[in-house]
Write a protein that binds this ligand. Structure first.
Ligand SMILES: *Cc1c(COP(=O)(O)O)cnc(C)c1O
Length: 435
């Protein structure tokens, strides 16, 4: 009985007048203070659009494909789909999610270098034609289960291999062999994909290698009779406009040389962090505290805080929304939401821990904070890349509340850009939020 099943619905708070994101966070902190003091997430949907505007003004010639693994919350998918982005799906679950949001299969690429058979079959059944492939083993699976696929060959890059300490993709050496195997099996190859992570130190060098390699693969492909027309330069965009311009400056002249507009090659990228990182903030509550090195000063008859250090325990940690810490990411220091914050208060070396009392559950190793009390709130910004499923299924509370917001001004602009409540965002409803 499709269509009668209740879809989940989401509420978006429309911020009117001068209401800011901080006001919203403060408001929810007050609500939570009376309730269970559970951690919560605030998503600013306007940030997604602002990032899109930034992308389009800096690199309008590069079509963005959003990697769903970065954050698969329904609001993110809906907004990005309405803005016309394509999607990179690593598996069947992600592909189904995106299809359910009405994204046409031709705007989806099935990535992942070792795909399960069921995921390839699912792509074939749903007309998802673009698949990433990196080896002969993958090629033979795809030729059996999805003979009509159009392949993007995953080219390895030194920068990606260095980051993951694993060799992803195929090297230029094995390229002709892979292309010939595809030819023999009758599978189409249409392009090349590679990934240079944002941690890469020398962007210019990395893109020079990757694009000249990609150019070789294109030549070989054309030689063998393939219609090579898609070049995907992957992710690695932090979200800052400056870094996007750096990548642009590194890539643009190389593209002009190797893949000029007249060649008809469509250039794609996979900005994940770029779109979502800044859109989500997480508020957590301080549930425990330990003081080290605080002495009683007999001279002043008071506590001497000079060498004091504080350990704080929060109600969420690495086994919840801070899971990206376990992957080696650094979590920047939070801002403090305190009942009373006096201006002349000192700051102290502090470390922030999750609630598990586990050695690994250290979220921030060291930062400087004013002295906090149990019950105070900390607010972490730039939390958009820790997937929202992680926000809900691993955290100590069964489901972290997520409050979506958008400012009136951003909402008008989004409507101008094609995001509409009645069609695209039909699972959403708006409430006005004013103070
Ligand atoms: C995760 C991922 C991305 C997107 O990540 P960014 O954080 O935007 O760099 C792109 N491509 C691949 C292959 C990935 O694994």
């Amino acid at each position: 009985m499709k269509g009668l099943v209740d879809k989940p619905s989401y509420i978006i708070e429309l911020l009117e007048g001068g209401v800011t994101l901080e006001d919203v966070i403060d408001g929810h902190i007050c609500e939570q203070a009376l309730d269970e003091k559970s951690a919560f997430v605030v998503g600013d949907l306007g940030a997604l659009m602002r990032q899109h505007v930034c992308w389009q003004s800096a690199v309008p010639w590069m079509q963005p494909y959003y990697p769903v693994k970065c954050n698969s919350s329904p609001a993110v998918i809906e907004v990005l789909a309405s803005l016309g982005l394509g999607f990179i799906c690593a598996n069947k679950t992600e592909a189904s999610l995106v299809l359910e949001h009405g994204v046409p299969p031709e705007n989806i690429i099935l990535s992942g270098v070792c795909k399960q058979l069921a995921h390839i079959k699912h792509a074939a059944k749903n007309n998802i034609q673009h698949l990433v492939c990196e080896s002969e083993a993958e090629l033979s699976k795809i030729s059996r289960l999805h003979p009509g696929a159009k392949l993007l060959l995953q080219l390895t890059t030194e920068a990606h291999a260095a980051e993951t300490s694993m060799a992803f993709g195929f090297s230029l050496k094995s390229c002709r062999h892979l292309l010939e195997a595809a030819k023999e099996l009758g599978v189409q190859v249409v392009g090349v994909t590679f990934h240079i992570p944002s941690s890469c130190q020398d962007l210019q060098l990395a893109y020079t290698h990757a694009l000249s390699d990609a150019h070789c693969v294109f030549d070989m492909g054309v030689d063998l009779g393939f219609n090579m027309n898609i070049l995907d330069i992957g992710g690695g965009f932090t979200g800052s406009e400056g870094q996007l311009k750096q990548v642009e400056a590194a890539v643009r002249p190389l593209l002009d040389a190797y893949f000029p507009p007249l060649s008809g090659v469509q250039v794609l990228a996979q900005p994940g962090s770029f779109y979502v990182a800044s859109a989500f903030s997480l508020a957590v509550n301080v549930v425990g505290k330990k003081v080290m090195n605080r002495h009683w000063d007999s001279l002043t008859q008071g506590v001497n805080n000079e060498d004091a250090e504080f350990l704080y325990y929060m109600n969420e940690g690495v086994y919840g929304p801070f899971s990206c810490k376990l992957l080696g990411n650094c979590i920047p220091a939070p801002s403090v939401h305190k009942h009373v914050l006096c201006a002349e208060e000192g700051v102290y070396p502090s470390s922030l821990w999750g609630p598990s009392l586990d050695q690994l559950d250290q979220v921030v190793e060291r930062c400087l904070l004013p002295e906090l009390s149990v019950g105070d709130w900390l607010c972490f910004s730039n939390m958009g890349v820790c997937g929202l499923e992680e926000f809900s299924c691993l955290s100590s509370s069964p489901q972290l509340p997520v409050y979506y917001t958008v400012s009136t001004c951003d909402w008008y602009k989004m409507q101008g850009a094609g995001v509409a409540l009645d069609s695209a965002m039909k699972n959403f409803s708006m409430v006005r939020y004013s103070v």
